[in-house]
Design a protein around this ligand. Sequence first.
Ligand SMILES: [Zn+2]
Length: 261
Amino acid sequence: MRFRPRRLHTTADISRGGKEPILGRIKGIVSAVVLLGALYLGLGICADLAVNLVPPRTEAQWFAWAEDMVEPTLPVPDDLQLVFNKLILDSQLDDFPYHLVYLPSEDINAFALPGGMIAVTQGLYENVRTAEGRALVLGHEIGHVQHRHGLQRIGRSILLAGALSLCGVDTATVLKRSQFLADLQFSRSQESESDDFGLRLVHRTFGTTLGSLEFFENLESLQVDSNDTLQGQLGTFLRTHPRTSDRLEDLRALAEELDGA
Ligand SMILES: [Zn+2]
């Protein structure tokens, strides 16, 4: 007898072979990505809405632990504390327990934690010399707290971790406390919102925005300049903030509007 190969469609293999399984797999991956994207966006919207239901004092209690991770600290220089107090008291920003800490670091940086702690480094203090220039940096950080930006970012992580754990994914690392601080980088729109808040606060407190752009103007010239030491000191700030020239453009336009009013 001659061997007669069976035609493919009569074998036990019910797959249709060729391109279709690959196509099917791609479709599967695409739908999983779309689903995860939708989940992330949906959770983000829920988190943003939910943060407004959290009273500021409760937010401060939740994140009291985070402050222990910001150390060591030095006594805050008097002139810096005075500017900070003026910004807070003049605008009666008393919903959060605002307080300032001073870090012995050469890095030129400032940041805010959810709950009202604002941190300024020695490097920033020594490189931004005027009260108005320091006021805008402080006002920007206060803006992040007032707009609940930290809680929004962390809220997304918590909700995403919760959703993933329901799907059986190990989320222990997502929920590591130290990770929260490392992840506390804000979006471009959150940075713009804080710039806007900060400059309006400076104008309300000092009656003018004159001199307040010192830090951003210095920063712009430093980015063009290739001073290695300063570039190194600014490393964290530059990595975590949008392009200075874009921010300066927006700030200058707002300054003109506020001072011209
Ligand atoms: Zn910022």
